[in-house]
Design a protein around this ligand. Structure first.
Ligand code: NAI
Ligand code: MG
Length: 365
């Protein structure tokens, strides 16, 4: 069956290397599970700049708007560091997020048993951990006006404004509640309603959306600083956490490090539902282009592969197939297959990017 359309944007550095493994997994789903994805590929970041002189061509932007899911590798690298701000590789990614209006950033923190000793926390605190942070991505203090550095009473003052409208809060709250229904049915909303008016409104609106539309989901509220403490004390108390752009930036990075390597972390950014009911969606690993290991076969493809698993679950409604892929990754890790970033013992032979892809395909079979 035609399972849907995917635009692949491998980007720069290790992006194309990890994406090559994802492509093999997408083909596996066509061959073995009858899920035929309509896959196209294009350029983003430095790779696009080299050809078009811009980090995302208009034509690519148009394609991204027309597919069910965009899968992106990574952008950037030393070759592009001196470019003008307006054409830097990151601008390609920012343009995608902005024009697709991807307001809900999903960052899972999942700890595979085999890697529990990689965490800076005790094994029993993180083993089996599976939480999801939903960060509001298109508003809040990173975008609010007024902003700038101004003169006042003979000295300079730096100003940023935390600003949220009711509809901005409501739509990201809906994303969190929808997700919770597909997971553990629990949402914890985090803000600073004790000291910020935007936090008071946040709490009120999340509660209202809950009461009117999602009364079946368990909702709690927590101050974001206490949330940070609880995340490191006993993270397994959470299922879905929903929070604003600034707190989400911090808390998702904290949660990420509970689980070990950057090479393991997927993400999704979702927007409003399209005509076919599927949300606008961009899936990408959390890591960057890793110029220090580019071209050496050392990149861990799991972050990118798990990003595709998220696409299966959230764009293509293939939750069971997503579970299948995540279980294959878990098995391979339990079997001891390790790219260099997952090795801390001496004497083990590291697996290459391709070896890891091979092992995951074998586990899928
Ligand atoms: P990075 O994430 O590329 O690398 C940080 C460290 O983690 C490096 O030592 C790298 O080798 C390692 N690492 C990252 N991904 C890995 C993987 N899959 N397997 C094994 N090891 C991995 O961050 P860095 O070095 O700060 O930035 C490098 C470039 O990437 C810069 O140009 C930066 O602007 C860009 N970048 C792009 C992002 C994106 O495309 N979303 C996000 C972060 C950085
Ligand atoms: Mg951050």
């Amino acid at each position: 069956m035609n399972a849907g359309s995917i635009l692949i944007l491998p980007g720069d550095g290790i992006g194309p290397e990890v994406m090559a493994e994802v492509r093999r997994i997408i083909s596996w789903y066509g061959d073995k599970r009858g899920l035929e994805f309509e896959v196209s590929e294009d350029l983003v970041g430095g790779a696009a700049y080299d050809v078009h002189g811009v980090p995302l061509a208009d034509e690519t932007m148009e394609k991204a708007q027309g597919v069910d899911a965009v899968l992106l590798g990574a952008v950037g690298g030393p070759k592009y560091d001196d470019l003008d701000f307006s054409v830097k590789p990151e601008r390609g990614l920012l343009r995608l997020r902005k024009e697709m209006d991807l307001y809900a950033n999903l960052r899972p923190a999942q700890c595979f048993d085999a890697l529990a000793d990689f965490s800076s926390l005790k094994r029993e605190v993180v083993a089996g951990l599976d939480i999801m942070i939903v960060r509001e991505l298109t508003s809040g203090v990173y975008f609010g006006e007024p902003r700038g550095i101004f003169e006042e009473n003979g000295e300079r003052v730096g100003i940023n404004t935390q600003r949220y409208t009711e509809s901005e809060i409501a739509r990201v709250a809906r994303s969190a509640f929808e997700l919770a229904r597909k997971r553990g049915n629990k949402v914890c909303s985090m803000e600073k309603a004790n000291v910020m008016e935007s936090g008071i409104l946040w709490r009120e609106v999340v509660q209202k959306v809950h009461d009117e539309e999602y009364p079946d989901v368990e909702l709690s509220h927590m101050y974001a600083d206490a949330g940070g403490m609880q995340l490191t004390r006993w993270p397994k108390q959470f299922d879905v956490i929903v929070t604003d752009n600034l707190f989400g930036d911090l808390l998702s990075d904290v949660a990420a490090m509970l689980t070990g390597s950057l090479g393991m972390l997927p993400s999704a950014s979702l927007g409003a539902p399209m005509a076919n009911g599927r949300p606008k969606a961009l899936y990408e690993p959390v890591h960057g282009s890793a110029p220090d290991i580019t071209g050496q076969g050392k990149a861990n493809p799991i972050a990118c592969i798990l990003s595709f698993a998220m696409a299966l679950r959230y764009s293509f409604d293939q939750g069971e197939e997503a579970d299948r892929l995540e279980k294959a990754v878990e098995k391979v890790l339990a079997d001891g297959v390790r790219t260099p970033d997952l090795l801390n013992e001496e004497g083990k032979t590291p697996a290459s990017t391709r070896d890891m892809g091979d092992a995951i395909l074998a586990a899928l079979d």
